[in-house]
Ligand binder design. Structure first.
Ligand code: PMP
Length: 287
């Protein structure tokens, strides 16, 4: 059976899933999206993803022509039709087709698209060995220009930093904000462990409020770790005992090197392993 893609209430075969070339999502990156996971048939924190999607929409003056409950149901229905149990879900809302000018008032039909796919994780051995990352020269979008809290269809900022990472032979790259502080990676939030405490940049560093980040903060606090959201610079990472990234696709993945400097003893840390274990327990037990 061919994969079915949801567009505006209808299901299309993958090859027929098409939208207008006049859609401002394509012309200008004018739209928003979510990346979601389902584990054993249950969608992880669907409500939080829907909430973030509607918040992104509000921030870009986009009225989603569908209720939150119907949106959540559409995600579940699309998964069901595709008989997917462990899946990656891409939920997209575009501004819709309009004239070639920027003005969104020319657009008429925001497209709601749901693509489901099997998951592509980092290779399993990287969870054992840990990632080596570098700092990108491309800084994270200034929050007053395009707030990183908006999960917009314009991901060029992250893509440019990602290219710097891959050019340096790394799968992820660290991005700093306009003040030179640690923000996040191109598609993941960042944490360090220092003297048994878990530290991560606060939201006002200009980062996406990751749903995995939030889950890991909760898990860590429940497990008795002190979690501190604070301003961080690269020195805090170079001198940390451990470092790890969080994201919907990555889950919790250790980082063992930044800019050629080994972090801690250069191997994935114990607290990271403990949090990854607890995260796996959470996703098995809860949708
Ligand atoms: N930061 C950025 C820039 C992202 O694109 C993502 C999602 N891929 C994350 C952080 C992690 O967020 P989440 O845990 O909600 O997937």
């Amino acid at each position: 059976m061919s994969l079915k893609v949801y567009i505006g209430g209808k299901l299309y075969d993958k090859a027929d899933a098409k939208i207008s070339v006049f859609d401002h999502g394509l012309l200008y990156g004018d739209g928003i999206f979510e990346g979601i996971r389902s584990y054993s048939g249950r969608v992880f924190r669907l409500e939080s993803h829907i909430e973030r999607l509607y918040d992104s929409a509000r921030a870009i003056h986009l009225v989603i022509p569908m209720s939150r409950a119907d949106m959540a149901q559409a995600v579940l229905d699309t998964l069901k039709v595709n008989s997917l149990i462990d899946a990656y879900i891409r939920l997209i809302v575009t501004r819709g087709a309009g004239s070639l000018g920027l003005d969104p008032r020319s657009t008429t039909d925001p497209q709601i698209i749901i693509i489901t796919d099997s998951i592509s994780l980092y290779p399993a051995e990287l969870y054992e060995a840990g990632l080596k990352i570098v700092t990108a020269g491309t800084m994270r979008n200034h929050p007053s220009a395009l707030n990183p809290r908006i999960k917009s269809l314009n991901y060029l900022n992250s893509i440019l930093a990602k290219i710097e990472g891959t050019n340096a032979g790394c799968l992820e790259a660290l991005m700093l904000n306009h003040k030179g502080e640690v923000a996040e990676c191109t598609g993941d939030n960042i944490f360090v462990v220092r003297k048994g405490e878990v530290h991560t940049p606060s939201i006002d560093a200009g980062i996406l409020e990751g749903i995995t980040r939030e889950a890991v903060i909760e898990i860590a606090r429940d497990a008795g770790y002190k979690v501190v959201e604070r301003t961080m610079d690269r020195h805090d990472i170079y001198t940390a005992d451990e470092c790890f990234l969080t994201g919907t696709a990555a889950e919790v993945i250790p980082v063992v090197e930044l800019d050629g400097r080994p972090i801690g003893d250069g191997k994935p840390g114990k607290v990271t392993a403990d949090l990854l274990k607890r995260f796996h327990k959470l996703i098995r037990g809860q949708a």
